[in-house]
Design a binder for this molecule. Sequence first.
Ligand code: FES
Ligand SMILES: [Fe+2]
Length: 459
Amino acid sequence: MTVTAPKWPTRPVPLAIEVPDRVPKQRYYDAEFYRLETELLWPRVWQMACRLEEIPHPGDFSEYRILDQSVVVVRTSTSEVRAFHNTCRHRGVRLVEGRGTCSGGFVCPFHGWCYGPDGRNTKVTQARAFSEPNLDPSELDLVPVRCETWGACAWINLDDAAPPLRACIEPFATILDAWQVDSLGAEWWYACRLPVNWKLAQEAFVEQYHVLEAHPQLRIPGRLPPRNPDEFDPEAFVQGELRYLRAMSEGMGGMVHARDVAIAESLAGTELPHDYGQARVQWERGLNDAVSGAHRARGCTIPDLNDLADRGQNDPMAYCFPHYFVLPMYSSASAYRFRPLGPEDTLMEIWSLTRFPDDAPPPPLPVPDWWAHDDPRWPAIPAQDFSNLPRQQQGLHSRSFEYMRLGERNEGHISNFHRVIDGYLAGLSHETLTSALPKVNLNPLEMPIVEIDFAGSAR
Ligand code: FES
Ligand SMILES: [Fe+2]
């Protein structure tokens, strides 16, 4: 039997999750824990590096930064996207910053070494000044980074030994393929700098437990089943649904697209049964049909939303470890990405995605400036979430506070996510880690704590 030594030796994890429903607070600010994440987690995972509409033409590139690493993602042809470490092979200068087009390739701004869009070194200026070993052709090209595309995005992985993208992002990818997310385009893209740990930032969005308290505008009478079935009022129900859709649309800057709200409003006069359950089904099915039909009539690709519902594939959220998720609503969706900037400093981005006619794809959006968490331009719903986050990060430091106590039935994803992180920090093999990823790469809302199989082997 051949035994292959793991690339990362397994090791004990400091501050590991010992009790699944308790998260030690230091995981959100401890410098050593953060250092382990930077060494053992981020360099080994697939990361959403850019949306493909940012690089529509051959030669277009987009820089992706994670921690102290910079990767340039380049469209090399209409059908191919590649990625390279964004570092000149001469004296290490970052070749590009931000986004642009390198039709003729990249020219280093320091001494003029040149590279093709395919990363190949095409020129060493004053080559005669260098010794032969320093001009070894096998060492002059840009160093490639693993890059694959899925869901209208380019994904990178700094680890050459990692399994292919798709093996690491299931069932997230299959769930969103059913929604045809690859045919969504970005309508806006915002970025927020949050003074909190990157895990804390995303945990504010992966459970519904906070919704009624943090977003009181979503407490809408008429939407829930009445205590006494005889008191059900279909008209009040429809008005409640419309209020909810408007609140989600305006409060999230388009999470429910204004077009879909208008479609729903056009159905306001529909007669519904005097039974809550039947009325909800009829309303949802009617709205799904109307939305699918209206967007098809505009020349957009869109799934049959009732077919999705019939197949149980219409969950409102799909999560992708460790830093990206998508929330589909009718025709459209929001997408979120989180990146650590420091132990208590996070960059969070939000895209509002919607359907565009197939023959009129959206133009690339400008890379967003980073707004502060309390910038008055934030729509109401993220503003409410952002207002709690810094208070939570500060509260964790209280001498009185030891660990987060999670609801095992409604905040389970947070525990599952942390225990997968522990697998990375323990240096487990990709094979072992990949077997656990499907436990977190799905709808995190109302997710219970589940068994993470390698938990025993990590310690
Ligand atoms: S560092 Fe790039 S050419 Fe000198
Ligand atoms: Fe929220």
